[in-house]
Design a protein. Structure first.
Ligand code: GLC
Length: 541
């Protein structure tokens, strides 16, 4: 087994926002096919394609109504087959988004559950409970939804159902996303079959949505603050589910894989990537660390140590479709605190030049650390957040579900600019896109950065090229070298070659070690590393 995924670079395609082929202002699968030359020019190994299955799009595809078909908004099964074939021809692997925690309320199973009434086998596929109060008129417990508001919704009982009050169903996210009952073997079997369906079509793996939350405390106890109780024990039932999934993956040729999404602590995360469970897990502590040497170092050490104990690599990421873009976050240097759907960064404090400098510096850290890497489309262009969308343009369900207190995640989901001019900057033939693109978005376009040595795009391309050539990058053990507190300095040794990575978060320049500068995020011709910059230096062993 090659285990290609251990040090692979994945590129996350948020389908709606990558490239539109049919002029409706929403990205689609043929758009991804049209963008494959670009993806190949970046030098990534694989794509993660955000959900494109049949869905009413309440949570932009994270509400799946049919797991075995493509939503017409994005194309067809034939388009997906074509995408897999064309990507494979270029040596690029394809991974899809797998959403097992909940279905859409339009999923056949949920419709059957509502129609079948209390006590039925159909209801056993979801989490239906009687309410509290004299006539069951109060929700079964006080748990809140991640998106804001209650996590229980009541449905009328059908005629002819056994006597009793109308029941409530549980949803960790929106009411249109009912949670499945993962203690029901029928649910496990169905999803094993969904995995097979896509692996049979040649897909190389999955990103697993909300991976750790499949099992809720079956007693549904009230909690302080209404946060749900999700058992975390390393021998808990949820791990049985992943062991079952692993057997399905291992029954296929070609080293198929899955990456786990969980915001849990590093030890808990490592529990999901033991040798008989899944393959990779995002390091969200690194996402949240901000541009802060101390927090970054802690996030690196703690994840590497926890994962080493289970023999798994770490998966480095700074950006995704749920988190304000790092150019905005790093401009303030702040840690991302709070829950997993973060509050919008304060646009007023945004310093674009500083944010870009720091994002460039972080790119070289990200791509040097040993393990897998995920890059979110537009990150390689240095796209900032768009925090000033008019309220009427907001699309993320978080906005409405939070009672309009949280503007949600649209700020990091604006369509990609491909050309410096033209309607929607080459993203679409339409001028109107599903989220409006800022008037000056052309500054960040692929065509504006291509061949421009000082651009973010060319920095990513150079770094990815070097990472492929030098085994120390992305594959070596991390050794820390003594350095001032605000400077990260690490040494990567491999096969007679050593590379030092320096990241300067201090306000003053620091000296560079003796050696050959392979790549730097800023001008180092003076022989020192400026503030908010990083460099790769080949040093004597
Ligand atoms: C995941 C997705 C997020 C979605 C949520 C519910 O965290 O990344 O976009 O809203 O799950 O499926």
């Amino acid at each position: 087994m090659t285990q290609w995924w251990r040090d692979a670079v994945f590129y996350q395609v948020y389908v709606r926002s990558f490239r539109d082929s049919d002029g409706d202002g929403v990205g689609d699968l043929r758009g991804i096919i049209d963008g494959l030359d670009y993806v190949q020019s970046l030098g990534v190994d694989a794509l993660w394609i955000s959900p494109c299955f049949t869905s009413p799009q309440v949570d932009h595809g994270y509400d799946v109504a049919d797991y075995r078909d493509i939503d017409p908004l994005f194309g067809s099964l034939a388009d997906m087959d074509d995408l897999v074939a064309q990507a494979h021809r270029r040596g690029i692997r394809i991974t899809l988004d797998f959403v097992p925690n909940h279905t859409s309320d339009r999923h056949r199973w949920f419709q059957q559950a509502v129609a079948a009434g209390r006590g039925s086998a159909e209801r056993e596929r979801y989490l239906f409970r009687d309410g509290r109060g004299e006539r069951g008129e109060l929700p079964p417990n006080n748990w809140m939804s991640v998106f804001g508001g209650h996590s229980w919704t009541r449905v009328p009982e059908p005629e002819g159902a056994p006597d009793g009050p109308a029941q409530w169903y549980y949803h960790l996210f929106a009411a249109e996303q009912p949670d499945l009952n993962w203690r029901n073997p029928e649910v496990v079997a169905e999803f094993e079959d969904v995995i097979r369906f896509w692996l049979d079509r040649g897909v190389d793996g999955f990103r697993i949505d909300v991976s750790d939350a499949l099992m809720k405390d079956p007693d549904f106890p009230d909690t302080d603050g209404g946060w749900p109780v999700i058992p975390k024990h390393p021998d808990g039932e949820v791990h049985e589910v992943y062991r079952r999934f692993r057997k399905v993956f291992d029954s296929y040729l070609g080293d198929r894989m899955a990456v786990i999404e969980t915001g849990a602590d590093d030890e808990t995360v490592a529990g999901f990537i033991r040798p008989d469970e899944m393959h990779l897990a995002f390091n969200f502590r690194f996402v949240k660390a901000g541009f802060d040497a101390g927090h970054l170092r802690e996030a690196i050490d703690s994840s590497l140590a926890a994962n080493a104990r289970v023999g798994a690599p770490t998966t480095w990421v700074t950006d995704n479709h749920d988190t304000p873009r790092s150019v905005g976050r790093y401009s303030q240097g702040t840690q991302l605190l709070g829950s997993y759907v973060p509050a919008t960064t304060a646009a007023a404090d945004f310093d674009e030049a500083r944010g870009l400098q720091r994002a460039r510096a972080m790119a070289l850290l990200l791509l040097a650390l040993p393990g897998a890497v995920y890059i979110y489309n537009g990150q390689e262009l240095g796209l900032p957040n768009v925090d000033d969308l008019p309220e009427s343009a907001l699309q993320d369900p978080v906005w409405e579900k939070s009672g309009r207190t949280n503007r949600g995640r649209d700020n990091c989901r604006i369509p990609m600019p491909w050309t410096a001019a033209g309607p929607s900057f080459g993203f679409s033939t339409a001028a109107q896109t599903w989220l409006p693109m800022p008037a000056d978005w052309g500054r960040f376009a692929v065509s504006a950065q291509e061949g421009e040595p000082s651009s973010m795009l060319e920095l990513y391309r150079s770094a990815l090229r070097m990472r492929r050539l030098l085994p120390a990058l992305g594959r070596a053990n991390v050794e820390w070298v003594d350095s001032p507190e605000a400077v990260l300095r690490l040494r990567l040794n491999s096969d007679g070659e050593a590379v030092e990575v320096l990241l300067n978060t201090s306000p003053a320049p620091v000296p560079l070690p003796a050696g050959r500068v392979l790549l730097a995020s800023a001008d180092v011709s003076a022989g020192s590393l400026p503030s908010d910059a990083s460099a790769w230096v080949q040093v004597a062993q």
